[in-house]
Design a protein around this ligand. Structure first.
Ligand code: CP
Ligand code: NVA
Length: 308
C-alpha cells in the first residue's frame, strides 16, 4: 500500500519520480491552469476524502482542484462534523471510509492519528500536516526550487526560525534529495535531533548555527515559517516571539546569502514578524509559485499512491 506519510519513509527514487511527474503534468497544462481538466484523467472514477481537523486554505483547495483536474471526485470533510470529532475511533473511521473512497488525505494534530488511520485504512492515506511533519509542502518546495534554480542536489538550504513540522519535513528531504541544510534558531526550538541524525547518516550536512548572519552565508534558499503554529499554545506566543525575533528574515539577512538565493515560506505568513514585506514581495521570493506547486506536486503524490 502506497501511503504517503512522510518524506524520510518514502523511497528516494519514488520521491524523485513524483517531482518529475509533477513537473511534466504542470508543463502539459501550461496556460490551462484554471477552467480545464487535464487531457489525461488518471483519477477517472476515483473518490478522494479530504479530512481537516485544523484550518487550511492551500492544502484544502489544491487537493480538491488536483483531484478534479485528474478526473476524480473529492469531498472535503471537517473532523468536527464527522463522528471522528465526537468519539468514534480513528480505526473504525478508517475502515468505514475505506468502503466508500479510494484515497484519504488527513490534516490532524497528533501524528498517532495519521498512523492509526494508515494502519486501519485499506486505501492509501496521505499526510496533509500533523504537529510533527508536513511532507506535501516540501514536495512542492523541491519542485519550486528546481523550476527556478535547477537540481537541488548539493545545494544549501537555510531554515530560519522554529524547528517545527515544516522544518522536520525539510530535514527529511535533505537526506532523501541530497542537499545540505543549516538550521538557525534558538536552542529551545531546535528541530528533532533524531531527524537531524537520520539525515546526516544519509551523507548530507545538517548544521545548527545560532548566528543567523553566519548561517545564511552561501545559502541557495532561505526558508521561514510562522513563529506560532496551529498546534502551539497561544499562551506560548509572547515567549516564542521573544526567542525568534533575532531570526526574522529581512533584506539584511537575505543579502548575506548567494545572489541568486530564493526565499520560500509555506504560508500563511505573518508579515513583519518572521519575514518582512520587502522579502515576501521582493525579487528573491517565490512564495506564490510554491503555493501553486502544491497543486502539481500533490497530483503526482496522489497518482503514486493510487498507482495510476
Ligand atoms: N501551507 C499550507 O499548508 O497552507 P494551508 O494551511 O493554507 O493549507
Ligand atoms: N507550521 C505551520 C504550518 C502551516 C501550514 C503550522 O503547523 O501551523
Amino acid at each position: 500500500m502506497n501511503h504517503f506519510l512522510d518524506i524520510h519513509t518514502t523511497d528516494a527514487a519514488d520521491l524523485r519520480g513524483m517531482i518529475d511527474n509533477a513537473a511534466a503534468m504542470k508543463s502539459a497544462r501550461k496556460g490551462l491552469l484554471k477552467g480545464m481538466p487535464d487531457a489525461d484523467k488518471p483519477l477517472d472514477g476515483h473518490m478522494v476524502a479530504l479530512i481537516f481537523e485544523k484550518p487550511s486554505t492551500r492544502t484544502r483547495v489544491s487537493f480538491d482542484v488536483g483531484v478534479r483536474q485528474m478526473g476524480g471526485q473529492s469531498m472535503v470533510l471537517s473532523g468536527n462534523d464527522m463522528q471522528l470529532g465526537h468519539g468514534e475511533s480513528i480505526a473504525d473511521t478508517a475502515r468505514v471510509l475505506s468502503r466508500y473512497v479510494d484515497l484519504i488525505m488527513i490534516r490532524t494534530f497528533e501524528e498517532a492519528t495519521l498512523l492509526e488511520m494508515a494502519e486501519y485504512a485499506t486505501v492509501p492515506v496521505i499526510n496533509g500536516l500533523t504537529n510533527r511533519t508536513h511532507p506535501c509542502q516540501i514536495m512542492a518546495d523541491i519542485l519550486t526550487f528546481e523550476e527556478h534554480n535547477g537540481p537541488i542536489k548539493g545545494k544549501k538550504v537555510v531554515w530560519a526560525g522554529d524547528g517545527n513540522n515544516v522544518a522536520a519535513s525539510f530535514i527529511h528531504a535533505a537526506g532523501q534529495f541530497g542537499f545540505d541544510l543549516t538550521f538557525t534558531g534558538p536552542e529551545a526550538l531546535d528541530p528533532e535531533m533524531g531527524f537531524v541524525e537520520e539525515a546526516r547518516a544519509k551523507g548530507v550536512k545538517i548544521e545548527i548555527e545560532r548566528d543567523a548572519d553566519k548561517a545564511v552565508v552561501g545559502a541557495d534558499l532561505v526558508v521561514a515559517d510562522t513563529w506560532v503554529s496551529m498546534h502551539d499554545a497561544q499562551s506560548a506566543r509572547q515567549r516564542r516571539h521573544n526567542l525568534l525575533h533575532p531570526y526574522q528574515v529581512n533584506d539584511a539577512l537575505m543579502s548575506k546569502g548567494n545572489d541568486d538565493a530564493l526565499f520560500m515560506h509555506c504560508l500563511p505568513a505573518h508579515r513583519e514578524e518572521e519575514v518582512t514585506n520587502s522579502v515576501m514581495d521582493g525579487p528573491q521570493s517565490v512564495i506564490f509559485d510554491e503555493a501553486e506547486n502544491r497543486l502539481h506536486a500533490q497530483k503526482a503524490v496522489m497518482r503514486w499512491c493510487l498507482g495510476v
